[in-house]
Ligand binder design. Structure first.
Ligand SMILES: NC(=O)c1ccc[n+]([C@@H]2O[C@H](COP(=O)([O-])OP(=O)(O)OC[C@H]3O[C@@H](n4cnc5c(N)ncnc54)[C@H](O)[C@@H]3O)[C@@H](O)[C@H]2O)c1
Length: 264
C-alpha cells in the first residue's frame, strides 16, 4: 500500500461520497491528504476516519467556486505538508433541469461549482506546481453525463463537458512543465448527489414517477454491462493510478470508469 507514498494531495469535496472514498484510499496508499470541502464537518469526519486507520490528513473549509478559497486550500496543503503533488478537483453538486426548463440562476449555480470550481482549483494548483519546478498530477472530476446525453440534467452535463475541454486544454498547456491533467468520468455511484439528482428529476426520466431506489435499480439493470452500480472505491482506484507515478506518460485523457455504460 505505497503507491502514493511521499505524495501530498488536495481532494475537493472530500467530505462525502467519491471524494471521501478517494481520500481514504489515497491515505491508505501513503499520501498526506488535505480534505477540502465547503462542509467542514464532513471533511473533518473523513480526517477522523483516516486518522483511525493510521493515515495522515487535514481538513480545510473551502468553497471551490470562491477564488480566494480555492487559492487558500492549495496554500494550506503547501504550508502543512511542504508542497503539492496531486489535486483531485472532485467537488460537485447536482444539476437537474431540461434545456427549456432550467432557470438562468440554476444554470449559473451549477456552472459556478461544477465548472468554474474545477477551473479555480486547477488554476491555483498549477501556479503552485509551476513554482515548485513542475511535475504533479491534476485529476478533474467529469462524468458520463459529460460524454453522452442523459435526460433532465442539462446544466450538469454542460458543466461536465466543459471540464473535459478544460482538461485537454491544460494537458496541452502544461505538458512541457511535466504537469499531467486527466479527467475521470464515473458512471452511477449511489452517493447523496445521485440520490438528490433522481429525487429532483422525478424518476428514471424527467418526472417519470419512479422512486429513487426504483431509479437506481433501473440504472443497474439497464445501463451497465457489468450488471452493478459503481462504488466510491471503483473510482478511487482509478484516481490512485492517475495520481501515482504509474501513469507518468498519461495526460489529457478522459477516462470513463463506468461499468461499461459508454461502451454499450
Ligand atoms: N456519484 C456519481 O454517480 C457521480 C458520477 C459522475 C460524476 N460524479 C461527480 O463526482 C463528484 C463527487 O460527487 P459525489 O457523488 O461523491 O457527491 P457527494 O454529494 O457525495 O459529495 C460531494 C461533496 O462536494 C462538496 N461540495 C459541493 N459543492 C462544493 C463547493 N462549492 N466547494 C467545496 N465542496 C463542495 C459537498 O459538500 C460534498 O461533500 C461530483 O463532481 C460529481 O458530479 C459523481
Amino acid at each position: 500500500m505505497t503507491r502514493l507514498s511521499g505524495k501530498r494531495a488536495v481532494i475537493t469535496g472530500a467530505g462525502s461520497g467519491i471524494g471521501r472514498g478517494t481520500a481514504l484510499r489515497f491515505a491508505a496508499e501513503g499520501a498526506a491528504v488535505v480534505c477540502a470541502d465547503r462542509d467542514l464537518a464532513g471533511a473533518q469526519e473523513t480526517v477522523t476516519l483516516i486518522a483511525g486507520k493510521g493515515g495522515t490528513a487535514l481538513a480545510v473549509a473551502a468553497d471551490v467556486a470562491n477564488e480566494a478559497d480555492a487559492a487558500a486550500m492549495i496554500d494550506f496543503c503547501a504550508d502543512a505538508f511542504g508542497g503539492l503533488d496531486i489535486l483531485y478537483a472532485n467537488a460537485g453538486i447536482p444539476g437537474v433541469g431540461t434545456g427549456a426548463g432550467t432557470t438562468l440562476d440554476e444554470w449559473q449555480r451549477v456552472i459556478d461549482v461544477n465548472l468554474t470550481g474545477v477551473f479555480l482549483s486547477d488554476k491555483y494548483a498549477l501556479k503552485h506546481l509551476i513554482a515548485q519546478g513542475g511535475g504533479g498530477s491534476i485529476i478533474n472530476q467529469a462524468s458520463v453525463g459529460g460524454l453522452v446525453g442523459v435526460a433532465g440534467i442539462a446544466p450538469y452535463a454542460a458543466a461536465k463537458a466543459g471540464v473535459i475541454g478544460l482538461t485537454r486544454q491544460l494537458a496541452v498547456e502544461y505538458g512541457p512543465a511535466q504537469i499531467r491533467v486527466n479527467a475521470l468520468c464515473p458512471g452511477t455511484v449511489p452517493t447523496p448527489l445521485v440520490r438528490a439528482t433522481y429525487e429532483a428529476r422525478g424518476g428514471f426520466g424527467t418526472d417519470t414517477g419512479e422512486s429513487v431506489d426504483e431509479t437506481l435499480e433501473m440504472q443497474r439493470a439497464l445501463r451497465f454491462p457489468l450488471g452493478r452500480l459503481g462504488t466510491e472505491e471503483d473510482v478511487a482506484m482509478a484516481a490512485v493510478y492517475l495520481g501515482s507515478d504509474e501513469s507518468t506518460w498519461v495526460t489529457g485523457q478522459i477516462w470513463a470508469v463506468d461499468g461499461g455504460q459508454t461502451a454499450a
